[in-house]
Design a protein. Structure first.
Length: 381
């Protein structure tokens, strides 16, 4: 592959990253992946990619896990010697591979740890893909904002998962080339997704994303559900991806005794799609996010969405009252009650042809490859 241009991807192992990188399979690029965690193993799903994984430990000595759990202070001291530094290892990889382009996914995960190295290689082109709350949430934290500005000053190209974040990046000093808005995990295989779809008559689920934590706001939705017991008797209510705090909250409420209520933790992505395909309504609520992938999947599977709208991001694809409903205040239980009640009366399956086409695998892949080629042909760096 001597004539192929080399892309060095920097990311943690995740489904979104694997889906994204799959778009480059059998392309005219040679792809390398630097696992920023340094602790992962070879990933068979992307076996065609040159993978730099499991590099962090100099010596995985016998009894290491026992020592970590029983003598954590001693373990931390030993690890200062035993763990390789990200910057040193990344510098070595750049020297060894001589990539034409570095592409980092998520700012605090994959940009800041290698920033010092990239500042020493100013002629090396660098793409940053903004995911989720990368910019929207962390811009309000002084220490994080300082790092954000340093990264944005160095990166040459930007990809975001929503229009909102391009504006935020420019506000904080990005002056490079914006390559466009792409879903974080690449496009969706509509042919595969269609196999999960049930008919309108077979859909009876209200599906709720169960994240709470830093940004998720599942509990306000569940408080609203509690107030709608009579209206929801004929529906099956399923909470998926629930955090421990959500389980704890539910177990203390009458919800746990409802015959039509179910709560589950993290489940495989395929199972999420199966649930979506049987759902009438999907509810996602948070105080900070990029373009939610589950919202896009809801559209692809003809599920009526009720979604929070941090920074106006969900309004980029939801026209309130037509193809979905927007939660203006993620903590306003009364508003959420009204929205759920409204959706029960107005819900209908609609095929959002334009949205599906824009987010289809073939469309996104074509634009993705076009963007990489644009970078390689751009001499203005």
């Amino acid at each position: 592959m001597p004539n192929k241009k080399k892309i060095l991807m920097v990311a943690m192992p995740s489904l979104h990253f694997f889906r994204w990188v799959d778009q480059l399979k059998d392309s005219d690029f040679e792809v390398f992946w630097f696992d920023i965690t340094g602790a992962g193993n070879f990933v068979e799903r992307i076996s065609w990619v040159h993978q730099i994984t499991n590099w962090k430990l100099r010596w995985n000595f016998p009894g290491r896990i026992f020592l970590k759990s029983k003598l954590p202070n001693l373990y931390r001291c030993l690890q200062k010697i035993n763990e390789r530094r990200i910057s040193s290892e990344f510098e070595r990889i750049i020297t060894e591979i001589q990539p034409d382009l570095v592409h980092s996914f998520a700012l605090y995960v994959s940009c800041t740890p290698i920033l010092s190295v990239m500042q020493k290689h100013m002629s090396l082109k660098w793409i940053y893909s903004s995911w989720g709350s990368d910019l929207f949430y962390f811009q309000h934290k002084a220490n994080y904002l300082a790092d954000i500005k340093e990264v944005l000053k160095r990166v040459n190209y930007l990809i975001t998962d929503c229009k909102r974040d391009c504006t935020i990046a420019e506000k904080h000093g990005f002056t490079g080339t914006f390559l466009g808005v792409f879903p974080g995990g690449g496009g969706f295989d509509l042919e595969e997704i269609n196999t999960y779809k049930k008919s309108k008559e077979d859909r009876n689920i209200i599906l709720i994303k169960g994240y709470q934590g830093r940004s998720g706001r599942a509990i306000p939705v569940l408080k609203a559900i509690l107030k709608l017991k009579e209206e929801l008797q004929s529906y099956q209510i399923i909470v998926f991806g629930a955090d421990p705090v959500v389980f704890q909250w539910v177990n203390q409420k009458d919800l746990i005794n409802w015959n039509n209520f179910e709560i589950v933790g993290k489940i495989p992505h395929q199972q999420v799609l199966k649930l979506m395909g049987k759902s009438k309504i999907y509810i996602g609520n948070s105080n900070s996010d990029g373009m939610p992938n589950t919202l896009l999947e809801a559209f692809c599977l003809d599920v009526f969405p009720i979604q929070s709208n941090p920074g106006g991001v969900s309004a980029e694809i939801i026209e309130h009252g037509k193809n979905g409903l927007l939660i203006s205040d993620c903590n306003d239980i009364k508003e959420i009650i009204v929205l759920i009640s409204t959706s029960l009366k107005t819900y209908s399956i609609e095929t959002n042809t334009e949205i599906k086409k824009a987010y289809s695998y073939s469309t996104v892949k074509t634009l993705c490859l076009k963007s990489y080629r644009k970078v390689y042909n751009d001499q203005n760096i």
